[in-house]
Structure formats: structure tokens, C-alpha cells
Design a protein around this ligand. Structure first.
Ligand code: UGA
Ligand code: MN
Length: 255
């Protein structure tokens, strides 16, 4: 089976560094198509160039997060800890692309959402490749815990290890599951822009399968093979100082 890795990405100081790392990780995996969806009006030269130097088979798409979504979120967000949803419409852009490309049964494959700043052990791709419906495994450093995700006994999921939103049927981060492409092609499931924060993955999975369909992977959910690392926003204080002092850096140097 072919792995379709879907990566939403947006302009931030670490974007090129994050995508370089992810390209180099994915370049070790055979039979993989990397679907990179930029959160931008236009495909940017930075991502276009990066993909042209990256040995991974890729598809480059773009979709700028709608102003309406940003507006709703900004005006209704009273609690500062409730952050705006990220990457939703970009993941949907990739799902719609897959549905335009393939009919049910036309391709053997697995769909995985691979955010640009996570850390992936190469073995997680071996684990997900034979997915029949939806496979699951724990995600390190997610949900304010050492790991978040399924607690498994043998071939079945028994419960979840999570702190937030414990009423979710599927208490798992995007990095902790993969879906057989036929399930994607058989349904019209999308990531919902109306999901409550913390419920996005759950609300997507509820459109696809039942709890008992889950397939535990990674040593019956006892190995952490992916981490929800987050790149730190770099300090640009001195960059701004030098700029103000009339010594800006060379704009021709892409970082
Ligand atoms: C966490 C989860 O791990 C994500 O799967 C989930 O989408 C996100 O929360 C959320 O819903 O808020 P986190 O590390 O907090 O992820 O978020 P980011 O890494 O900043 O963003 C997730 C993905 O969306 C990244 O690939 C990022 O490049 C992309 N993104 C982020 C956009 O495309 N546009 C944005 O405006 C922000
Ligand atoms: Mn992240």
C-alpha cells in the first residue's frame, strides 16, 4: 500500500527548517506520496523550491484559511487558552484532492496526517502501512501528558489515556492514527470547522468508523513512535535592532 502523508504548513520562522527535517525523514520511506498543503493564497517560492530539492514524491497544494473561520474564532474566543484551529481547511483540501484523483478500489493506500513540526520514528510508517480501516497508536508529549492515546489489550482498544475532553469516543491526536484510503473514498468525511477545540480528530473519526473497528499498532500501543514536538518561535529581537540601525540582513538569503 501507498502512504499518503498530508502536511498542512504555513509561513513561520521555522517553516523551512521543519519542512527540511520532514523531507529528510520521509525520504527514507518507499511508496509514499507527500501531500503538502500551504496555508496561503499562492504557492510560495520557499515551499516550491524546498519540494523541488526534496527526493520525496510530492503533491503541492494550497488553501488560505478562510477569513470567516479566522473571524469567528477571533471574535468568539473569550478564553485566551482556546487557540484557533490550525490546518483544518488544508487537510480538507488534501482529502478533496484524493477524492478527485481516485475512485474506491483504484489504489491501495493509507492516509496519515503528518504535521510539519512533529517528530516521526521511521517505524511508525511500517506500522500504519497495513491499515485495514483505522489504525491507532500513542503520541508522545501530546495532550499535556507523557503520551496521549489508546490503551490496548492485544488486538483491541480498551480505553484511552487522556486528560482533556474525556467524553470523546476517539481520544487521539492527528499524529496517532492512519486511515485506509478506501474509507476516505467511500465517505464524504471532512475535518469540521465547527468542531469544539480538542474535538477535531474525534469528530472526523466519528464520520468514518466505530470504536470496535480500531486496529492497535506499535506493540499493542506500548511503543511511542511519534512525538508532538512543537518548534519554539525564534526570538528576532536583534534582527529588528540591526534593521532599525540601518544594517538589515541580506533579503536574498532564504531562511
Ligand atoms: C495541535 C495538533 O497536534 C494538531 O494536529 C492540530 O491541528 C492543532 O493542535 C490544532 O487543531 O490546533 P499544534 O502543534 O498546536 O498542533 O499546532 P501547529 O503545529 O501550529 O499546527 C498544526 C498544523 O497546521 C501544522 O502542520 C501547521 O503548519 C499547520 N498550520 C498551523 C496551518 O496550516 N495554518 C495555521 O495558521 C497554523
Ligand atoms: Mn505542531
Amino acid at each position: 500500500p501507498l502512504i499518503f502523508a498530508i502536511t498542512p504548513t504555513y509561513k513561520r520562522w521555522t517553516q523551512k527548517a521543519d519542512l527540511t527535517q520532514l523531507c529528510q525523514t520521509l525520504s527514507h520511506i518507499s511508496n509514499l506520496r507527500w501531500i503538502v498543503v500551504e496555508d496561503s493564497e499562492q504557492k510560495t517560492p520557499l515551499v516550491t523550491n524546498l519540494l523541488s530539492h526534496c527526493p520525496v514524491n510530492s503533491t503541492h497544494l494550497n488553501f488560505r484559511t478562510s477569513q470567516s473561520l479566522l473571524n469567528i474564532v477571533n471574535t468568539t474566543d473569550k478564553k485566551p487558552q482556546v487557540k484557533k484551529p490550525r490546518g483544518i481547511e488544508q487537510r480538507n483540501t488534501a482529502l478533496k484532492w484524493l477524492r478527485r484523483q481516485y475512485r474506491h478500489g483504484e489504489v491501495k493506500g493509507v492516509v496519515y496526517f503528518a504535521d510539519d513540526d512533529n517528530t516521526y520514528d521511521l517505524r511508525v510508517f511500517d506500522e500504519m502501512r497495513p491499515t485495514k480501516m483505522v489504525s491507532v497508536w500513542p503520541v508522545g508529549l501530546a495532550g499535556g501528558l507523557k503520551f496521549e492515546g489508546p490503551i490496548c489489550v492485544g488486538d483491541s482498544v480498551k480505553q484511552w489515556y487522556a486528560y482533556w475532553a474525556r467524553d470523546r469516543k476517539f481520544q487521539i491526536d492527528f499524529a496517532g492514527f492512519a486511515v485506509n484510503i478506501d474509507i476516505i473514498l467511500n465517505t464524504k468525511a471532512l475535518i469540521l470547522t465547527t468542531s469544539k477545540p480538542g474535538y477535531i480528530e474525534n469528530d472526523f473519526l466519528e464520520q468514518l468508523i466505530e470504536f470496535y473497528d480500531l486496529e492497535p499498532k506499535a506493540n499493542s500501543c506500548q511503543s511511542v513512535l511519534v512525538w508532538h514536538t512543537r518548534t519554539e518561535k525564534p526570538q528576532m529581537f536583534y534582527e529588528e535592532q540591526l534593521n532599525k540601525m540601518g544594517h538589515p540582513s541580506n533579503p536574498g538569503i532564504e531562511v
